[in-house]
Structures are given as C-alpha cells and as structure tokens.
Design a protein around this ligand. Structure first.
Ligand code: SF4
Length: 660
C-alpha cells in the first residue's frame, strides 16, 4: 500500500486556536466552562473535552449559573452577545478571525443599505451567525440552480461566502450572479485554508487509486472534500476515523490518498496511517509503541524525518511525531531549519507540550541546547575550563562575549593581555575565556579573557625557548611597525626584522614591504645572550641581487644604466635591479665639468662601461668617458678607486634598537 497524506489535512488555524484555548480552559480549576454547540464537528474531541469538564449546551437557556460560555469558531449572531451581556454571563469568544471579518462586512454593508447575499449552507451555524449581523435579512444561495430560479436583487448588493464553501461551485454562482446583480460588491470570503485543502485534495485524488477522507459526517468542509475527491477518484471513502471505516481490504495494494476536514485531529490521521502501515506488525510491537508515554518536560531522542521552512518533524518511536517549530530550533534567527538539521539526523529535544487530541508533541531543540549550555557553563566555572566565544559588542565597562545562546560580560581590565585604548578592536574576534562569576538567579555570567591569554603566552614562550636556535625558520605574524623595522610574533615571542633585513633594495619604511597582520616567513639571525632579544632575517638569500649580478657582470662590460642619484663627486646609476654603480665626475664626460648635473639628469638612460668591481664591498665603478672616442678625451684628473666612493648609508644596528 502506497499511502500519500495531504499536507493540509487536519486542523486549520481557526480550529487549532480554538481547541488550544478550550484545553487551556479545561485546566482552569477556578471556573466552569461550556461550549455553545459542539466546539468542532468531531465527536472524539467533544467527548474528550466533556471528560475534562467542558460541557456542551445547545442554547443559552441550558446555562447553569456561574458558567463561562465558549463561543466556537463558527461565530454567533449579535443577539447571542446581547443576551449574554444582558444576563451578565461571561464568555470566551473563539470565533475564527476570518469569520469575524465577514460579520463586520455584513454589518457595515447592511447598515449602509446594501442587500446581503450569503453563498453557503443556510443550516450551517456559521451562515446562521453571519445572517444575524444583517438582522436575518440575507438572501442565502446554496446552489447554482437557485441562482436560476430565485428572484435576485439587481442593485446595491453585497455578496459574501461561507468560509468552507466549495470554491468551484462558488465561482460558477458568482459568474451567474454578476449577470443579474450588476451593481454588486463581492467579497471572496472563502478561507484560504479551505481553498488550499480543497485544491490539494483535488490534486491528490487525481494521483491515487483510492481516497480516504477523514472527518465528521456533519462537518461541512469534510463533506465538500468528499464531493471534490468523488468527482475525480473512482474509489472514495469518508469516515470519522479508521475504526469507523472498519474493513481496510479495499485499500490493499493500492495507492491511497488521505485528506481530512478542518476539525479532524491529527491523532485521527496518524492512527489511520499507522493502521494502514502497520498491518504486518505484530500486536506486541504496536502495543509497546502506543504505550510508551511522553510527558511535557521530558528530554527525548528521535530521528528527523522531514525538514521544512517552518518546522521539523521528528520520529520519536511512538504513534505521534514530534514537531519542532522553526523558532524552537536555534537562537540564531539567521539560520533556517535546513541549515541546522537534515533528514536522518538523530536529535535530542525538550518536550514543550503533549497534546494527545491533536496527536502533537511540540518539541524544542533550542531550549534543550540552552539548558545544556547553562550546565556546561556552571561546570566550566567549577573546573576552571577555558571556553571560546565571540566578542559581540562593547558595553559600559567592558565587552560582551557570546557563548552559544548566552552573553558573558568581561570587564575592560580583563578583556585583553595588553592595554587597549579602544575595546572595539576586539569586536568580532573569537576569544578564549574563563568563567569567574555566575549569578544563577539573574543568569548573569562574568568572564576573564586576560588570564587565559597570559597563561597561553607563557606556555608558548616556554615551548619556544626550548627549541629556539639561530637559523630556525618560523611563520610569524607582523605585530607592529616602527621606522627601524617590524616586530614579528613567532609563537609567543616577538622578534625584530630590521629595516635593512626587509628588502634587498633601499626602502624608507617597513610598510613598503609588510603590513601589521601579515603572515611572513622569517628565521632567527641572532639571539642576544643577555637580553634574549631576537633579531630576525626576512630576505631570501637566493634573491640577493649581488649574487645574481656576480653571474652576469664583468669588468669591461658595456651596459645600459639609469641615473638614480647625483652627488658632488659623481652620479649613481642603476645597472640591474637593486645594483647601483658610481660614475665618478671625471668619468662622466670627455671634458672637465663642474658637477654631474652639467651632463646628466635623474632618470636619464646612458651606456656605461664597467671599469672596476669590488664584490666584497659591493662597489662597482662605471665610466661614460671610456666609451667616448680617444681624440675627444681631454686630459683629466685620475678617477679615485671605486672602493673610495660611498655607496649606501648604514642602517642602525639591530641591537641599538630597543625592542617593544
Ligand atoms: S476554515 Fe478558515 S475560517 Fe474556518 S475556522 Fe478554519 S481558519 Fe477559520
């Protein structure tokens, strides 16, 4: 048997709301309640409520003194309210808001002189109630035939419909009414829940071999579902419950669709499914499943069987499924049920409410998680455990760290292991902390980040010094930049990369090479024995431009050069990236000149001859003059040796720089 259940089967919004309220009334030991007419068309629910003390009266004359009257979803005419108020009888009005809206429409249009037409069943309590709001003057149309035979008003007509009326028939009636009632105001008051239920029943009936419609024989919307299904599906059965139906053999080996009226409790639907599905199960299994009790406040474990945008259905191994409303899954409103659970997951939840009549067990994952987290927080304080949370915001005197669903206050003095001028620096960071105080009554938690960070730092420092040695490589994080270099955290200890160690070329500031927060590869160049200050190297020796130049440059080579600096004694020219040579003033031209600027300018490209290379001291002497024709060369003073010319200014030694 292939069973397909309509998603819209069972209690609608209005009925669920009324039943919920009625059961709450049943728990009120200080008052007596009775319903005016059966609260819904379902004998099971009505008798269950009677057993809990909520009687049914058919008229106000049957009321006993002191009783509170429950007005059901169908609503009542205004005369009922007047009588109750006149007799000083209290009442709880559970008229469905959608029905109330029809009362208002009818009342207002009646008072403004409209003739009211109600499309519906004139014996139905809802229609009787609506008619009362126009002093019982409405013309009630129940069928298409009636439209053809009835004398219809032509002008100033207001048309409404019973909320559970058949939508297809309604459309046809309206089509013909419009022809006669030319000046009419039409309100389509058929309830969406009814509309959707009927549309789904129609679709389902077209997909299966047999349909089962569950609902009371006197339930108008159940009977309409039956008619809709009957017009499509060859085999349709209608019964108040699976027990009332009795023989299930007509469904054997068939595709069976199940739908149910708005007053059919979920437990009746579940029972029908169970009975159809479990025919092969032995009696003992069924008995055991049905007897397993679940109470409000229990913690239960189940398997997720359906995940939707508004709820998650959990199989708890009993006859009712558990439902977790989306709002009870997580504290994070940004997450949807699909983000948190998937079909097949085993899940633990807290039982919020058990409603045997509706066959519903309402669960909360959020509450159980919150409870477990609170216990973990208390334990963490007892054990001194380190927790991890995210800094959410800065508040007066400190920061708030969120740990799962809880907010932990951390005073400013304990928010970091170093002084911070602006605590906003921490917002968004994931931080470790310890719990130092809990006020259980006020659910107030105080944490300490500082001691955890300091302890972690000490641990790291200890581990670092056990293995630190010159030449060892590290991946460090740039902590701060100074004019003379960059301080880098290499695992609990900071070392300095001197500015001269940051680049093979001349730079003015470390920020030309690195930024705070960068992860960089460094190695220990030196450890000062006395101060334990660490000098770090950063430049890659393989990229040393002087080593590269060695393989490419020779004395007497003629190369292209770019003038980069000029001093009174000559001009420096770049002949390779990061390699500058000196053209002494005597080697700039074939004549005597006063200053390099007389012949050269910054950025100018010239051909030069390499006249001397001192690899050890990184000095290269260049000459333009050597490339000029001999005849033009006037007698000039000898050029000084290359090594006499200064090349770069020395950067301050690492040890002269005070570490932070
Ligand atoms: S069917 Fe619609 S109008 Fe009627 S009680 Fe349910 S929700 Fe209200």
């Amino acid at each position: 048997m292939d069973i397909r259940v309509a998603k819209t089967a069972g209690f609608c919004f209005g009925v669920a709301r009324a039943i919920d309220s009625a059961y709450k009334c049943a728990e009120d030991k200080n008052r007596h309640y009775c319903t005016l007419g059966p609260i819904i068309h379902n004998a099971h629910v009505v008798s269950d409520l009677q057993n809990r003390g909520i009687a049914v009266v058919e008229s106000l004359q049957e009321l006993t003194p002191g009783v509170t009257v429950i007005i059901r979803t169908h609503g009542v005419p205004p005369s009922v309210y007047h009588e109750l108020e006149a007799k000083n009888i209290s009442y709880l009005d559970l008229t469905c808001p959608f029905v109330k809206k029809i009362h208002t429409i009818v009342k207002e249009h009646h008072e403004s002189g409209h003739r009211i037409i109600i499309i519906g069943d004139k014996t139905h309590p809802e229609v009787i109630g609506i008619n009362g709001w126009c002093d019982d003057s409405a013309l009630i149309i129940e069928s298409l035939e009636q439209v053809e035979t009835q004398d219809l008003p032509q002008d100033n007509v207001c048309i409404v419909a019973q909320t559970t009326f058949n939508k297809n028939i309604y459309k046809k009636i309206i089509f013909f009414l419009k022809k006669t009632c030319q000046s009419s105001t039409i309100f389509d008051t058929i309830c969406n829940a009814t509309d959707e239920r009927q549309a789904e029943a129609q679709t389902l009936a077209g997909q299966v071999d047999a349909m089962l419609v569950l609902g009371g024989q006197n339930s108008s919307n159940t009977q309409k579902l039956y008619q809709i299904c009957k017009s499509i599906c060859p085999e349709v059965y209608c019964a108040e419950s699976i027990h009332a139906l009795g023989d299930l053999s007509p469904f054997q080996n068939k595709r069976v669709g199940i739908t149910a009226g708005a007053s059919t409790p979920a437990v009746i639907i579940k029972e029908a499914i169970n009975k159809m599905e479990n025919q092969e199960k032995d009696f003992a299994t069924l008995l055991e499943e049905s007897l397993k009790p679940i109470f409000t406040g229990d913690t239960v474990t189940g398997t997720v069987i359906e995940v939707g945008p508004t709820e998650v259905i959990v199989d708890l191994g009993v006859k009712q499924d558990g439902i977790i409303p989306a709002s009870e899954i997580s504290d994070d409103p940004a997450l949807t049920p699909e983000d948190i659970v998937k079909v097949g997951d085993e899940i633990q939840c807290f039982v919020v409410r058990v409603n045997d009549v509706e066959g519903k067990i309402t669960l909360s994952k959020k509450k159980l998680d919150s409870y477990k987290t609170w216990e973990a927080i208390i334990k963490a304080q007892e054990n001194g455990d380190i927790l991890e949370g995210k800094v959410d915001s800065v508040v007066n005197g400190g920061v708030i760290v969120t740990y799962k669903s809880y907010r932990v206050f951390v005073p400013a003095s304990l928010a970091n292991d170093r002084f911070l001028t602006d605590l906003n620096e921490l917002v968004g960071n994931v931080v470790p902390f310890k719990i130092i105080d809990i006020n259980e009554r006020r659910r107030r938690i105080v944490g300490n980040i500082k001691t955890v960070l300091m302890a972690q730092k000490q641990e790291l420092e200890k581990a670092f010094w056990e293995t630190a040695e010159v030449g060892k490589k590290y991946t460090g994080i740039v902590k701060s930049l100074k004019n003379f270099g960059a301080f880098v955290d290499i695992g609990g200890v900071d070392g300095l990369v001197h500015i001269s160690e940051l680049s093979w070329s001349r730079i003015k500031h470390p920020s030309e090479v690195v930024n705070v927060g960068d992860a960089i590869e460094v190695y220990i160049k030196d450890i000062a024995d006395d101060t334990k200050r660490i000098s770090l190297g950063y430049k890659n020796p393989l990229e040393n431009p002087w080593e590269i130049a060695k393989a490419k440059l020779n004395v007497d080579d003629v190369v292209k050069a770019k003038i980069v600096r000029m001093l009174p004694f000559g001009a420096f020219a770049e002949i390779m990236p990061s390699i500058d040579g000196l053209i002494h003033i005597s080697q700039i031209a074939a004549k005597r000149i006063e200053k390099p600027q007389d012949e050269l300018s910054i950025g100018q490209e010239v051909d030069v001859k390499i006249v001397d290379i001192d690899w050890e001291n990184k000095k290269i002497a260049l000459s333009i003059r050597a490339l000029l024709p001999e005849a033009e060369a006037p007698a000039v003073e000898e050029a000084p040796a290359a090594e006499e010319a200064p090349v770069v200014e020395e950067a301050p030694a690492t040890e002269e720089v005070a570490a932070e």
